[in-house]
Design a protein around this ligand. Sequence first.
Ligand code: F6R
Length: 617
Amino acid sequence: MCGIVGYVGRKEAYPVLISGLKHLEYRGYDSAGVGIIGNDGSLRVYKVRGNVSRLKETADKRAHDGNAGIAHTRWATHGAPNETNAHPHLSQDGHIALVHNGIIENYIELKRELAGLGYGFKSETDSEVLVQFISYNRQKYRCTLAEAVRISLHGVSGSFAIAVIDDREPGCVVTARRSCPLAVGIGTDGSCFIASDIAPILPHTKDVVYPDDDDVLRLSLPEKGGVEMMNIDGERREPTVTRVEMSADQVEKDGYDHYMEKEIHQQPQVMRECMAGRVLLGEDRIYLEAFEQNRERFLNASRIVIVACGTSWHAGLVARYAFERYANTPCEVEYASEYRYRRPVILPTDVVVVISQSGETADSIAAIRPAKEAGAFVYGVCNVDNSTIVRMADAYTLTKAGMEIGVASTKAFTAQVLVLMMLVAEMGRAKGVMGGEEYRALINDMVQLPQHIDYILSDESAIRRFAATLLPCRSMLYLGRGNQYPIALEGALKIKEISYIHAEGYPTGEMKHGPIALIEPEVPSVVIATKCGEYEKTISNIQEIMAREGRITAIATKGDTVLEKMVDNVIYVPDIHPMLMPILTVVPLQLLAYHVAVGKGCNVDQPRNLAKSVTVE
Ligand code: F6R
């Protein structure tokens, strides 16, 4: 949801900023811009409608020397994606430029006040109001840029991460955040790198500061003051520098055509990483630190309430089946965007599980506050360390999937499901619902996950061929029963997101209550028909579809000889404990969506209208 970068250092800022933006395009790519204070002290801003490559084509031709600057890649919230609404936005006097990720909620009120004071606005954005407000405060209090930013924070509501420059203070960039992600890298030579996540920072340094809400940082080279940080009340704070243990090439494509493809193929390794130190085969034991340290809270939970969005919500749905069946614990799964406004009844004995790849999804973050106020225990399942959800939760588990760049979530999902199954197993075992034998069998099957996923990936060419037959389709159905119903939803979401084919996910048994009306040869169905859940009933449902001339692809258990005689295509997955089967069945559906999108020539990693991290409502 918009990416911001900033740089101040010894190099030319322009190439650093452009390559930084490239890393952040997954956050939005409908317009982009860069602002630099040139060596002659002038502030130069270049903006385009379109992505970073277009910005580069335009801005490369112009002079862009200078060692301090800011840049932005946008996912439009206020105002259409055009050059005027693109960032950086300038103050009326032309001295200050600002890039912003997030939403200023009281911008209409502020805009009215500033207009009354003679300020004019060129764009429709809330961000331009913020830069004018900062400029107004700088003039009113005759203070520095950093001080003006700090004062302005008192007058704005909403969420933001900003980077600001002022041509009257060259060699310095000011940055601040509230409820939006922001990282500041500190290079060994004192250069500073600002970004919405660490990907643009890692090629330069691994020493990173994660500012808290309402911290304001003034960044310059050490001889000009270095890194100075204060809170909203102007009190100086010492920045805490964290060493990030991730290499820059962990975020590159590794020879794959797309990040999504790479991320699908990384899943065997992701499973290994996620289990390392947690699934202890030799000891026949699972060790999940968050559970071990909070056993009573988990085991005495009156219910588990899972709150999440999108693909993470699907992981929650998979977990619901397991919490109820294997840990005998009531479980509800909520869309975070609904939960936050629904005034739900929250019990102090609830365990609220917030699942989020990014850890920065605004709706999921907002769900934490009421849960905490009600005294519930908040447990985060996140992929990004130090993210807002990780920091707000009472306990958390990192999914350890590595950075996910493809907008459509894949490896983060399978890692989320795996972590949740570990938790269920721990609870089920401790509550005596899961016997020792089943617990050990589950552990044995868990460690087989990487090789099972490898097996599915090795059959990719068959999936590619099948994908080619789907290119003319306008609509599809995905069906599954029990814990495969969420996988049907996830398969449908994946194909919608990246290939723009309309698809619906349904519980297979629900077919005859309506969706069956859609069946015709042009509307193919993907039916998850593994041996572990109501197999015979699924076979009957398949027959109902066939009787209406529906085309069917079945996801079946390896060794199944029935389905290949019935349906048009069969994709096989190895047999495994039913709790883990969703981790396997989702993989062919990810590949299917990927190959359909590639076949249709769609932009797989940057699907239209989407952004990776939805940090606004
Ligand atoms: C779908 C997808 C989204 C996210 C959703 C929540 O492929 O990626 O549906 O799952 O926006 O994001 P996180 O998990 O970061 O909270």
